[in-house]
Write a protein that binds this ligand. Structure first.
Ligand SMILES: C[S@@+](CC[C@H](N)C(=O)[O-])C[C@H]1O[C@@H](n2cnc3c(N)ncnc32)[C@H](O)[C@@H]1O
Length: 210
């Protein structure tokens, strides 16, 4: 099915690209392909207690997809004003179709590195939104939150560049899955899912308070 057709089913518009003007650390808008999301969620599932944060959510494709498929709360953070407004427009049209899903879907305008990670946030999605320097700041915020409120968290990387993997390796995450997009020629067209289990989070908390 074409991306436009998937979009139509969700009642949203997410196809296309948008470059940033003069921001060396912030990457352009481009949505995760729907086919890739289908493959990811064939082998990875989200439970009702989860809340997903998409850092650099763009027009919200991943947020809407997850919200409709798993009916759980999702949050998208976006720093480009035009793109953020498109996510809000999409939320309006999506909600006309998805009236019956009580879980909230929220978009927040601002920098991902300024988002204060909440104790209810359990799954963090990144499709190469910014430089690894910014990613390191966001990961630090996730770890700070885990130390304050120990819980199991997953980090999902789509298009996992080596410098991103290096940042994740600084923390006691376990790689729990690698999912390739079938037929993709680009070797980075894959997901890596990392998990930090609650018992390790408890240890981090103890170390921090020792
Ligand atoms: C590659 S797109 C991914 C979009 C979406 N997550 C998806 O997978 O469909 C990256 C997005 O991150 C946004 N972005 C870049 N730097 C950001 C930052 N520091 N804070 C928030 N959003 C940012 C860009 O404007 C762009 O929309």
């Amino acid at each position: 099915m074409s991306a436009k057709k998937y979009d139509r089913e969700l009642g949203i518009r997410t196809v296309g690209l948008r470059e940033w003007d003069g921001h060396s650390h912030y990457n352009r808008y481009e949505a995760t392909p729907y086919e890739a999301l289908d493959v990811l969620f064939q082998s990875y599932s989200l439970g009702h207690h989860e809340r997903v944060v998409d850092f650099g959510c763009g027009r919200g494709r991943v947020a809407f997809y997850i919200h409709r498929r798993f009916q759980i709360p999702v949050v998208g953070i976006e720093a480009h004003d035009l793109t953020f407004n498109e996510a809000l427009d999409n939320k309006y049209t999506y909600r006309l179709k998805a009236k019956d899903i009580p879980a909230p879907i929220e978009f927040k305008f601002g920098l991902a590195e300024h988002y204060k990670v909440k104790p209810v946030d359990t799954c963090f999605y990144f499709f190469n939104p910014f430089s690894s320097k910014v990613f390191a700041k966001v990961m630090k915020n996730i770890i700070t939150s885990i130390k304050q409120a120990p819980r199991t968290v997953d980090v999902i990387l789509f298009y996992p560049l080596p410098e991103y993997k290096e940042v994740v390796r600084k923390y006691p995450f376990r790689k729990i899955n690698k999912i390739r997009v079938p037929g993709a020629e680009d070797p980075y067209d894959k997901f890596i899912i990392y998990r930090l289990p609650e018992e390790i989070a408890e240890e981090l908390k103890d170390e921090a308070s020792a």
